[in-house]
Each structure stands twice: as structure tokens, then as C-alpha cells.
Design a protein around this ligand. Structure first.
Ligand SMILES: Cc1cc2nc3c(=O)[nH]c(=O)nc-3n(C[C@H](O)[C@H](O)[C@H](O)COP(=O)(O)OP(=O)(O)OC[C@H]3O[C@@H](n4cnc5c(N)ncnc54)[C@H](O)[C@@H]3O)c2cc1C
Length: 259
């Protein structure tokens, strides 16, 4: 089975994120870039499917040069190859352009299954898997807590706020996974060494046939028109309990429209 896993490099969750004053995009260089946490679960699930069914796992990312580190991490976990769409013109792309670019580099490569995390930790739109499935005209099974493949049919247990569904689809298909699906493995020393020799194909826009005018900040359907730094946190109010603590807290919450 040929599996692709779409992975994104995001600023470390604990780092302070800021927007660039020049173009109001996220200043990715200002924070350490890490593999989007949910994508680790997607990689793990792909590796488990490969271990059960044979085949190969290719990790796919669209991002700046340093996103190659994210590919290496996935390769050190056990993925076989990487595909990196990297072009300055992609900077500032919105979900429409991102999903179009990903669909174009995924199409025609014979993948049976494309696995995503269900959400990035930076933009958190949770739309890319569905948009890519639509562009590929493949069935999608999002928010998967369990994935099985047998005889060309995908069976997914979906976990959402509304409950649990079991859905099936013929391959090729798109899946996005939630963190309950598995426990991602750590890269071993052997895996880290092996990753250095695994193939990574780097593509530019010209290689994909995507026109520069249709991607990037200028082509985005949404624009950040203004922003301001979050005001410093105000000092909290300490209430000593003289027997009426509960009432005073309730009054405080009502006054501040918190209840
Ligand atoms: C109001 C707003 C303004 C924005 N402005 C900017 C901006 O100015 N500049 C800018 O750079 N971004 C901007 N973004 C973010 C940009 O739109 C998203 O990074 C992009 O659309 C991907 O969406 P997401 O990260 O929310 O993906 P989600 O749909 O949350 O991600 C789900 C999964 O899709 C996959 N995925 C997502 N992105 C990639 C990728 N690049 N490569 C491979 N797999 C991927 C991963 O598996 C991920 O787990 C903005 C977002 C919003 C909401």
C-alpha cells in the first residue's frame, strides 16, 4: 500500500508567536519550528498500516526550507521518503492555495491513502484534509480514532463531539486522525542515522504547474488588516475568605459577565 502523510512545520507550542509587522503573516523564523503534534499520530498510523500490509510511506509538506527538518524527523520515525514543496512564492498562502498545492503534488503518484493530522497547532483551521479530498475527488474520513484497511476498503471509526460513527470508503481515500488513535513512537538512534540516507524530493512551483499568481499572500481570500500585541496581563485580585468568599467570587464572576 502506498501511503502519503501530510505534515506541517509549526512554531513550537510553548514559544511566543508574533506577526511580522511588514506583512502581518506569522513570523515563523522567530520561533523554533517543530512537527505539528497531531501529524505525529498520522505518521504513526501510516507506519502501523505499512507494518501490517507492506508498502511505503511518503511524508509530504509545503513549507519553507527549514521545514525539511520536519521531513527528517518523520523519516527518522520510519517513513521511507519525503516530498517537499518549497517556494518563496507560497509564503502567506491561505487554506485554498495550500489545499490546491497539496492536491496537485499528491495526484498521479499512485497513493492509496493520504493521512493528515486533524488540525495544525498554529492556524488551527482543521479544513485542509477535507479540502484536499474534495480537490482529489476522493472520499474522506475525518477525525479517525481507528483506521483499518482490507481488500481495498477503508474502515474508520470517527470520533467527534457528536459521538462515534463507523464509515467505510473505497481506496484511494483521505483520512485525518485524532490524538486518541495511537501512541506515536520516538525516533530511535538507528532511525535517525537511516533518515539521512532516505530520498527527499524538493519541488518548486514551476515543477508543479501552479501559477505563482494563484498562491501566496496576494492571492489569499482572507487578509489580516490590523493587529496589536496582547496587553500585559493585569494583576489578579486576591480575596480573603471572611465567611462570604463564595458569594464574593460569584459576584465577581457576575460583574465580569463570566457566568
Ligand atoms: C485568519 C487567518 C489568517 C492567516 N494568515 C496567514 C498568513 O498571513 N500567512 C500564513 O503563512 N498563514 C496564514 N494563515 C494560515 C494558513 O491559512 C494555514 O497555514 C493554511 O491554510 C493551512 O491551514 P491550517 O494550518 O489551519 O491547517 P489544518 O486544516 O488545521 O491542518 C490539518 C492538517 O493538514 C495538514 N497540513 C496543513 N498545512 C500543511 C502544509 N503546509 N503542508 C502539509 N500538510 C499540511 C497537516 O496534516 C495538518 O495536521 C492564516 C490563517 C487564518 C485563519
Amino acid at each position: 500500500m502506498k501511503i502519503a502523510v501530510c505534515i506541517k512545520q509549526v512554531p513550537d507550542t510553548w514559544s511566543e508567536k508574533r506577526l511580522s509587522p511588514s506583512d502581518a503573516t506569522l513570523d515563523r523564523a522567530a520561533a523554533e519550528g517543530v512537527l505539528n503534534e497531531l501529524d505525529e499520530y498520522a505518521i504513526e498510523e501510516a507506519l502501523r498500516l505499512k507494518e501490517g500490509h507492506g508498502g511505503e510511506v511518503t511524508v509530504v509538506t509545503m513549507g519553507p526550507e527549514r521545514a525539511a527538518d520536519t521531513i527528517r524527523k518523520a523519516l527518522s520515525m520510519g517513513a521511507d521518503a519525503g516530498l517537499h514543496l518549497c517556494d518563496e512564492a507560497l509564503h502567506g498562502s491561505d487554506a485554498c492555495a495550500t489545499s490546491d498545492a497539496l492536491a496537485r503534488i499528491l495526484a498521479g503518484r499512485g497513493f492509496d491513502l493520504v493521512i493528515f493530522g486533524c488540525e495544525s497547532t498554529d492556524a488551527r483551521m482543521s479544513v485542509i484534509p477535507a479540502m484536499v479530498a474534495e480537490r482529489l475527488d476522493w472520499p474522506q474520513a475525518t477525525f479517525a480514532a481507528e483506521v483499518q484497511v482490507a481488500a481495498g476498503v477503508l474502515t474508520v471509526r470517527r470520533q467527534t463531539e457528536a459521538g462515534v460513527d463507523t464509515v467505510t470508503a473505497n481506496l484511494p481515500a483521505v483520512v485525518s486522525v485524532v490524538e486518541k488513535i495511537n501512541e506515536p513512537r520516538y525516533p530511535s538512534f538507528k532511525g535517525i542515522m537511516a533518515a539521512k540516507k532516505k530520498p527527499v524530493e524538493t519541488l518548486s512551483l514551476a515543477d508543479t504547474g501552479i501559477e505563482a499568481a494563484t498562491v501566496g499572500l496576494a492571492a489569499a481570500w482572507s487578509a489580516v488588516t490590523d493587529f496589536a500585541a496582547r496587553p500585559p496581563r493585569a494583576q489578579g485580585e486576591i480575596m480573603s475568605d471572611d465567611g462570604d468568599g463564595g458569594r464574593r467570587i460569584a459576584d465577581y464572576l457576575v460583574t465580569n459577565r463570566l457566568i
